[in-house]
Design a protein around this ligand. Sequence first.
Ligand code: DC
Length: 228
Amino acid sequence: MSDAAPVVTIDGPVGSGKGTISTRLAARLGWHFLDSGALYRLVALGALRAGLGEDAGDEALADIARGLDCDFSFDGVETRIWLSGEEVTRELRSEPVSRSASRVAAVPAVREALVARQRAFRRPPGLVGDGRDLGTVIFPDAAVKLFLTASTEARAERRYKQLKEKGESVKLSRLFRDLEARDERDMNRAVAPLVPAEDAILIDSTELEINEVVDEAYRIVKEKLPDI
Ligand code: DC
C-alpha cells in the first residue's frame, strides 16, 4: 500500500450516471473530484479556439493538451472549469465540443499528455474520479474501482429526459443509435478502451435510482476503507 491519498475510480459508458454518482459520492466523503472527461473536452475546445478543424494532426492536438491552462473548482455540488482564465463550464457541454472530444480522446499522444494532470488531482483526504480508463490506466492502484453499466435503452431514456428538461427537441431512437455508436468507438479504440479493470466492481444501474447507486457505492467504499 502506498502513502498516497486513497482514490475511488468510477468508470463506465455514456449515460451510466457516473457524473452525478461520482459527484455525490465525492461530496458525501468530503473528497476531491476529478471529471476526467472535462480534460478531453478542454483540449477539444482549445483546438476549436485555435482554429484547428476536423483535420487537425495528432501532434497539434497533443501540443494543446500539453499547454492547457485550466482551472477546476468543486464545491460539493458542481465542478466549474476555466480555460485560459475564462469560465467555460457550460460551453464544454456543447454539442460541437462533445463531438470533437470523442475524436480528440482517441489520439494516443493526447491521452499521454493528460496522464500527469489527472494524477495531480490526487490529494488528501482522497479523490473520486470519473472517466473511462481511471481504474485501468490512470490510477491502477486505486483503493476502490467501480464500473457502472446500464442497458442502452435505460441510458438513452435518461439522456432523453435530461435534454427534454432543457427544452431541446430530440428523438429517442436517434439518441439510442448515437449511444450505440459511441459505445462501439469507446470500447474498440486502440488506446485505453472502455473496459472494466480486472479488479473493478460492476454496478448495473438499469433498475436503480441515482440515490440507490450512490448508497451502494458508499457502502462499498466504507467496506474497503473502514478507517475513513
Ligand atoms: O465523460 P465525458 O462525456 O465528459 O467525456 C468526454 C469524452 O472524453 C468522451 O468522448 C469520452 C472521452 N473520455 C476518455 O476517453 N477517457 C476518460 N477518462 C474520460 C473521457
